[in-house]
Design a protein around this ligand. Structure first.
Ligand SMILES: Nc1nc2c(c(=O)[nH]1)N[C@H]1C(S)=C(S)[C@@H](COP(=O)(O)OP(=O)(O)OC[C@H]3O[C@@H](n4cnc5c(=O)[nH]c(N)nc54)[C@H](O)[C@@H]3O)O[C@H]1N2
Ligand SMILES: Nc1nc2c(c(=O)[nH]1)N[C@H]1C(S)=C(S)[C@@H](COP(=O)(O)OP(=O)(O)OC[C@H]3O[C@@H](n4cnc5c(=O)[nH]c(N)nc54)[C@H](O)[C@@H]3O)O[C@H]1N2
Ligand SMILES: [Mo]
Length: 766
């Protein structure tokens, strides 16, 4: 693309490259012309970054400012903030960091700081914070993520490192050429594939999948939501009870056994433990035969359908795709392990267009493109504190210091945290059971949050630092799994008194009167030059000459060759399992695991097991009759830029939409467009009813990401805006992975009566 005039810039976000025109302070954001399927999330940028919710100046919670960390009187999240100078805030932080480290040590400082922050290799919020804290003795970190924690912990025991495997996912090009059937659990929602960690130059998934359909590949979609499969796929839609996929997969496996349709040589050569699965599926262990009739009772999918599909899967080149959304539920390990068992029984792992893939659709790059070389990054340094928590145990850690917990075969003890510092994440978006998190957030003596906007997390802090966003700082864009580098020039200066995080820590480094390990006494421009030079060197080894940094920043996307356009997952292992063993204990696929069995967790035994969740439609639904799913929003990235135009355009009377089936709505006297109260024992929120046959009965879908807006005058702390995490529980997947388990929650709904309260989430608390 050529630049139209001096005020037109290319930039990057997690949802893709875009072109921004600056016309006398007015920003116009459009999609990049080379992107075949650009994301409309771009439309949120200008409205949100220049909106009312932008943090303008450093701010301190009123009673914290008056009485200090040990004297603050009121609850966090209830008070007004006082704007102060950078001078004042730097003094406060310097003193408090020194006090906490001297009195309690660095392991009283939690800076797990989970969250997606923004694209850009240098101004990455967590890397900046972690490097700074590492230079002064470290911090307690968090391990894993909210996306696929069960997979991160389970998969190494049974197939290998999950992050590596996601990159090696079988490409759609091979499905087009060799595939015949794709069976999706949780679909492959194109709305999710708008996004790719670190950015993506071209959204090709839609066209790649469409090419498969044109080549005659059939798609089957097990999902509560019809449009988890794009219309173009003409997928057969089967809607099981949420949380019952494991039972369906077991019945398919059972059918393959009793009809002698499974691939014995594959199971024999490439796997261990199958005898245990066979005994379990045939009912020889617990007396329950996991046949199709049994699965029909659990899932609502007819036995006949399950048997017919089993036969079809065995007779065709079949790819099984399981969405990571399924494992974000109680016992989330089980559908993963069953996916691997099923694919092993079909015996097509390592063949083009066959086998399995977990997480297709969770990121625009999976099965589409990969990174040809290591992109430069801002080094975090070494953390002298060894302690960590599994990421989704944040409330538990703050509420129960010094108590033991189990995780992945270890018994660990929670640290006693006195200070929390969060940069680039929004726990009051991402964590479950927000009323519990509110209580947990009262525990530390000091909470610092670096933010662009007045999110609920910023409102629950003591000290809030206003930071620059992507368009207000210079950076180098490159997606973790993309084959392009994207310029990210500074387009406008940081507004009001916002500063880059690099500047903030460089200043603190001086005041703390310590070493200069953080900045190395370099400016951000010098760091960028150094990072760019290292990329130029790497690129040269790949026979690619890159321009100098300033030319790059003024220019356009630079693409490299995709390293594996015809990649097939585990093809090496299939070819020669002795030469290319897996990294599992046996080197083979572990359909039963002695190591996991040795942990003796009844919530995650040593082989795939049917464990009905505490909350699902198979449990007691007399009080709360609807299963609530809360997946990723089409109109934004999580909670980011919720004040933007596109995000707001889909809200109903300013509330987040909740999808509900016409029969469920009629039963409750609810009409399309009504505002409803969604409630259970844990909390309540308002939402806008979207009555649609796209969702199966007895299930509702409330997107994540509406900014938490509790009415603190109300005894239920009713959220006025539609945040599902006031309703989700904080149980987690199992003791093995301690992952978030948001998708297993029961709720009830009624029509809202009376005058609607105003949504206040975007009004600054100053
Ligand atoms: N119920 C339910 N809950 C879920 C999920 C679900 O399916 N259901 N999904 C989970 C998943 S998979 C995930 S990954 C999480 C996502 O959870 P998060 O990653 O925490 O969500 P984001 O809204 O992306 O939060 C990023 C925050 O960083 C801020 N930010 C952006 N750039 C910068 C920067 O440069 N510096 C600083 N300091 N801040 C910046 C943004 O303003 C925003 O508030 O949510 C999880 N929560
Ligand atoms: N637009 C947009 N895209 C995003 C994100 C975003 O915030 N916005 N977030 C990104 C991130 S961080 C992640 S981790 C990925 C997440 O990617 P996923 O985890 O794949 O996304 P989800 O929307 O949580 O879940 C996918 C689908 O699973 C279905 N599902 C849920 N429970 C069940 C079940 O029990 N059985 C079956 N069969 N289906 C079920 C839901 O209908 C849901 O639409 O998305 C990424 N993409
Ligand atoms: Mo995620």
């Amino acid at each position: 693309m050529s630049k139209k005039n001096t005020h037109s810039y290319v930039t990057s976000n997690h949802w893709g490259a875009s072109v921004i025109k600056l016309d006398d302070k007015k920003l116009t954001v459009s999609s990049h012309p080379d992107d075949p399927n650009p994301s409309p999330i771009n439309d949120n940028i200008s409205g949100a970054l220049q909106g009312r919710s932008r943090i303008q100046r450093p701010a301190v919670r009123e009673s914290y400012l008056k009485y200090g960390p040990l004297g603050a009187t009121k609850e966090r999240g209830t008070e007004k903030f006082i704007e102060v100078s950078w001078e004042t805030v730097f003094d406060l932080i310097t003193k408090e960091l020194t006090r906490v480290r001297t009195d309690y040590g660095n392991n009283a400082l939690f800076a797990g700081s989970y969250g997606w922050s923004s694209a850009g290799r240098f101004h990455h919020a967590q890397s900046q914070l972690k490097r700074f804290l590492n230079s002064i003795g470290g911090f307690v970190r968090s391990e894993g993520n909210y996306s696929y924690n069960a997979a991160l912990v389970l998969m190494p025991y049974i197939v290998g490192n999950f992050r590596d495997h996601v990159k090696q996912a079988t490409r759609w090009t091979t499905v087009k050429d060799e595939g015949e059937l794709v069976v999706m659990f949780g679909g492959i929602p194109l709305r999710n594939a708008q996004v790719s960690g670190g950015g993506i130059a071209k959204h090709s998934l839609k066209d790649d999948m469409k090419a498969c359909v044109d080549a005659g590949v059939r798609f089957v979609n097990f999902s509560p939501l019809k449009n988890d499969a794009a219309t173009e796929l003409n997928a057969e839609w089967l809607a099981p009870k949420p949380g019952s996929d494991t039972a369906i997969m077991m019945a398919i496996a059972h059918t393959l056994i009793v009809e002698d349709l499974y691939n014995k040589p594959f199971v024999e050569r490439y796997t261990v433990g199958f005898d245990k699965n066979k005994a379990y599926l045939l009912g020889n262990i617990d007396g329950i035969v996991k046949n199709a009739a049994w699965a029909e009772k659990q899932s609502g999918i007819s036995a006949q359908k399950i048997i017919a599909l089993s036969r079809e899967m065995a007779s065709k080149r079949t790819l099984i795709c399981t969405a990571v959304g399924l494992q974000r539920a109680e016992y989330g390990e089980q559908p993963l392990w069953m996916t691997v068992l099923l694919a092993s029984m079909l015996g097509q792992i390592g063949l083009p267009g066959g086998g399995f893939g977990i997480g297709y659709g969770a990121d625009a790059s999976i099965g589409v493109v990969d990174r040809p070389l290591r992109w430069p990054s801002f080094p975090q340094g070494k953390n002298p504190v060894e302690d960590f928590i599994p990421v989704a145990m944040i409330s538990e850690m703050l509420l129960s210091p010094n108590t033991p917990y189990e995780y992945n075969g270890q018994t660990r003890v929670f640290p006693d945290i006195k200070m929390v510092w969060w940069a680039g994440g929004n726990p009051f978006h991402h964590h479950q059971d927000l009323n519990r998190l509110r209580k947990a957030f009262q525990k530390p003596q000091t909470v610092i949050v670096n933010e662009i906007s007045w999110t609920a997390t910023a409102r629950h802090a003591d000290i809030v630092l206003p930071v620059a966003s992507t368009i207000e700082r210079t950076d180098i864009g490159a997606g973790t799994q993309d084959n392009a580098v994207i310029p990210m020039p500074q387009i406008i200066p940081p507004p009001f008194e916002a500063r880059t995080e690099f500047d903030i820590y460089s200043e603190l480094e001086k005041r703390l009167n310590i070493n200069t390990d953080f900045s190395r006494e370099m400016t951000s421009d010098q760091w960028l030059e150094e990072m760019w030079a290292s990329l130029q060197k790497e690129a040269k080894q790949h026979k690619k000459d890159l321009p100098d940094l300033s030319t790059f920043l003024k220019g356009d996307v630079i693409s490299f060759d995709d390293p594996a356009p015809q990649g097939v997952f585990l093809s090496d292992f299939r070819q020669d399992p002795d030469q290319y063993p897996l990294t599992t204990p046996s080197g083979k696929i572990e359909l039963a695991s002695d190591v996991i069995a040795g942990f003796q967790y009844e919530d995650c035994p040593g082989q795939p097991t049917w464990l009905p969740p505490r909350e699902w439609l198979g449990a007691d639904t007399s009080q709360f009759g609807l299963h609530m799913i809360s997946g990723q929003p089409a109109t934004r990235l999580h909670s980011q830029l919720d004040e933007g135009a596109y995000s707001k355009s889909m809200k109903i009377q300013n509330r987040e939409p909740i999808l509900i089936h016409p029969n469920d709505a009629a039963k409750r006297g609810i009409k399309d467009g009504d505002v409803v109260i969604v409630f259970n024992d844990r909390g309540q929120c308002l939402a806008g009813a979207n009555v649609t046959e796209d969702i199966c009965q007895n299930t509702v879908f409330l997107w994540t990401g509406a900014w938490y807006d509790p009415n603190l005058q109300d005894k239920n702390h009713q959220d006025r805006h539609g945040n599902p995490n006031v309703l989700t529980h904080d149980y987690r997947t199992s003791r093995l992975s301690q992952g978030p388990a948001a998708q297993s929650a029961l709720v009830e709904i009624k029509k809202y009566q009376g005058t609607l309260p105003e949504v206040q989430a975007f009004i600054p608390p100053i």
